[in-house]
Design a protein around this ligand. Sequence first.
Ligand SMILES: NC(=O)c1ccc[n+]([C@@H]2O[C@H](COP(=O)([O-])OP(=O)(O)OC[C@H]3O[C@@H](n4cnc5c(N)ncnc54)[C@H](O)[C@@H]3O)[C@@H](O)[C@H]2O)c1
Ligand SMILES: N[C@@H](CCO)C(=O)O
Ligand code: NA
Length: 440
Amino acid sequence: MKPIQVGLLGIGTVGSGTFNVLKRNQQEIQGRAGRGIEITMVADLDVARAQSVVGPDVKVVNDARAVIANPEIDIVIELIGGYGIAKALVLEAIAAGKHVVTANKALLAVHGTEIFAAASAKGVMVAFEAAVAGGIPIIKALREGLTANRIQWIAGIINGTTNFILSEMRDKGLDFDVVLKEAQSLGYAEADPTFDIEGVDAAHKVTLMSAIAFGIPVQFDKAYVEGITKLGAADIKYAEQLGYRIKLLGITKRTAAGIELRVHPTLVPAKRLIANVEGAMNAVMAHGDAVGTTLYYGKGAGSEPTASAVIADLVDITRLHTADAAQRVPHLAFQPDAISNTPVVAMSEVVTSYYLRLRVADEAGVLAKVTGLLAEAGISIDAVLQREADEISGEAATQTDVIILTHDCAEAKMNAALAQMQALPTVLQPITRIRKEELA
Ligand SMILES: NC(=O)c1ccc[n+]([C@@H]2O[C@H](COP(=O)([O-])OP(=O)(O)OC[C@H]3O[C@@H](n4cnc5c(N)ncnc54)[C@H](O)[C@@H]3O)[C@@H](O)[C@H]2O)c1
Ligand SMILES: N[C@@H](CCO)C(=O)O
Ligand code: NA
């Protein structure tokens, strides 16, 4: 049988990895797919660079629409990124009857409903394993491997840049800005790293996992998003002293009130495997009622790790290319008529425990006032730690850090108590609040 022909839109970091791995492992991939898979046409704005990657035998153009218009091509890979031209091209490829493979989590988390509906109507597939946790086959695990389960929760380190920053801050005690510069120089962070450090990239990814786990539409606009820009080196150190690590987690959880969907820095017990995922690595925990807790670990970014996921999607599509559309694995694991409207829980109703750090004046009665406000609010305390500021930073010992771990309470209740504590004249700086998850 003639190889299936693939068109590639955008041959940068992930595109070049995809081309190279597909070529290098051609024989094995063909054996698994049951048919050869070849990238026969590439579009990139930088034609000369693209041609140097693929060699003289592959046609390179600068107009992506010429690839979509090519009747020989059955699958289009979109590796341009962003919401703009990428969205138009994906919809045009679907309209032209092509299957689509993409690594573009931003596009699918925001416009997934429209894109998946268009693909379902046309009877083509949109595959996106590379969009979540890069090379880790988490989409396949959730959608197929755990299909017997009622999934209860997912929690993941799904942004390599921020995990690298947090690891370096903890290991070297450095401040955020210093480590971000290091991450940029090592090439982990984006040119504009806002999406990484503000938690937006992780929120895109957890939005996709939430839809797959719980059979709800993709709804990035409902996600609570908090990045790591407000974390101080001191919090990482105190958390350590209390037996925890701080990780930027994407969390989605089934509760009686609905589905939680959130990204924020989180205290995790240091003994958990996920607390020990360091550097730019990713890890996702998924808990199903039958299987219990499972953990998936690997490289969430980079040229060939991400290519590994892109090519896995190419193989799936090649296998199913001739199958009846109704038998294919649905985009979000549930058939379109089984998508439910279970609500996403407002962040104010989410119940977690907390780590609080207050920089206070070193005077008698300060601690009693703070704990008194918590008691009045009905928030119970799990542990208290007091550190002289000069133990940390060499400042004069007129200030003290009070660190409090609380038991579970609702976010709204904690917000109200925080406002009262912040208003105390003896509380000298903005209070640091980090949510805590036991992940048992
Ligand atoms: N880099 C990673 O590790 C990684 C991991 C997972 C997912 N992703 C996602 O993969 C996608 C691609 O990321 P990347 O890191 O390879 O980006 P990149 O910037 O390295 O590559 C993008 C390529 O697209 C080309 N391009 C831009 N506009 C184009 C147009 N109109 N027509 C044709 N080509 C065009 C650029 O010239 C460039 O070669 C993004 O959606 C990104 O979020 C990347
Ligand atoms: N910027 C992303 C790339 C992979 O999606 C990260 O740091 O994880
Ligand atoms: Na993946």
